[in-house]
Design a protein around this ligand. Structure first.
Ligand code: SF4
Length: 367
């Protein structure tokens, strides 16, 4: 799956057809897109619009929102008109909410056609999606599989998840609808990987990948990094969401870190900082965290190194576009491989480094 002829292998995407979501093409011929989901009460349009804007600023390219009832459906037109990226309505059971979301102009639906009810209801939703050019995500979740499949397979196995997805896909395809993608989420990394591998061998539709209910910030980010890292490295995944029990803005940042780590997409600076050790002679953790915090909204692609001592520090700092290597109550600032200057005094390290970093960015943006 990987191109090993180069010194640095790059994952090769598993071929899929192209679908579109709000005018954005999705599939193996297109960039892998980052998604997240609002955790505001959708009925509170103002709070939801504010969170959508925070997510977009962090790099979110599609935003999903829960539409649990009629009141939430009623505020969708206001939310849609303020949204700078395509929105996806998350609908369960009530096909009328899906129709309302489409009427409000939302370009994406996340449903399970099987839990929408009768064939008539499914057909209505599919026809409306088709008329509006909307994209449907069939979202299979290991926690809510059909009873018959759980009995047939003895649990939410990868085979059961894939059979569920294929069953839903048939309902759409029978209606002549092909603008859909599929997700097969489970809180088990091995099960999720196995399910996506099986599905990709059966269907060519784009895949939305994620490890569901992954957990709190550290656990969830690690679990998602492992699971999504393996899938993406095998070329599986055309959109992704990192699910965290945390601020959804952090989901977006984590998703970008995963994509960046694999060399699939770049956005914002890559910050290299050493793990700290007994040789560190500056407040490295505070310094690295503060640099990261101050660069949070920057989208320029470059590397920054924040290193703790003179053993490996200068080497890494020299390799980065801009770097700092700490010494005893002092630091060396490097830019593009050269020593720019020496800063004396612990308290001066951060302000001086940030000053050089800003100057570096101004110069870089000027071309
Ligand atoms: Fe330790 Fe220095 Fe290496 Fe950082 S660069 S991990 S402080 S030896």
């Amino acid at each position: 799956m990987t191109n090993t002829s180069d010194a640095t292998p790059i994952p090769r995407r598993h071929p899929t057809r192209t679908v579109t979501l709000g005018g954005v093409p999705l599939g193996s011929a297109h960039p892998i897109r980052v998604q997240s989901m609002t955790n505001t009460d959708t009925r509170d349009a103002e709070a939801t619009i504010r969170q959508i804007s925070e997510l977009v600023e962090a790099g979110c390219e599609f935003v999903r929102l829960a539409v649990p009832d009629e009141n939430a459906a009623q505020v969708l037109p206001a939310i849609q008109s303020a949204a700078p990226v395509p929105l996806i309505a998350d609908i369960h059971f009530d096909h009328r909410l899906a129709l309302k979301a489409l009427e409000a102009g939302l370009q994406g639906l996340r449903i399970n056609p099987g839990n929408i009810g009768s064939k008539t209801y499914v057909d209505r939703v599919v026809d409306a999606a088709s008329a509006n050019g909307a994209c449907i995500r069939i979202g299979v979740n290991g926690g809510s599989l059909e009873k018959e499949l759980l009995q047939k397979y003895g649990g939410a196995t990868p085979e059961a998840m894939v059979e569920s997805a294929l069953g839903h896909a048939v309902l759409l395809e029978k209606r002549g609808f092909g603008n859909f993608k599929i997700s097969l989420k489970s809180s088990s990394v091995p099960r999720t990987i196995a399910a996506y591998r099986l599905l990709a061998a059966r269907l060519d539709c784009p895949l939305h990948v994620g490890i569901t209910e992954a957990g709190t910030l550290l656990r969830g980010a690690v679990k998602s990094g492992v699971g999504l890292g393996i899938l993406l490295w095998e070329g599986l995944g055309d959109t992704l969401r990192v699910s965290l029990t945390a601020d959804p803005v952090l989901e977006v940042r984590a998703a970008w870190e995963i994509l960046r780590s694999l060399g699939l997409r770049q956005r914002g600076p890559e910050i290299i900082s050493c793990p700290t050790c007994g040789r560190t002679e500056i407040d490295l953790q505070d310094l690295a965290e503060e640099v990261e915090r101050r660069l949070a909204g920057v989208t320029d692609v470059f590397t920054v190194a924040v290193m703790g001592c003179v053993v490996n520090g200068p080497g890494e700092a020299r390799e980065a576009d801009i770097g700092l290597a700490g010494g005893r109550d002092c630091g060396l600032i490097f830019s593009r491989g050269e020593i720019l200057r020496k800063v004396r005094g612990r308290d001066e390290l951060l302000p001086e480094f940030m000053r050089e970093l800003e100057a570096f960015l101004v110069e870089r943006r000027a071309g």
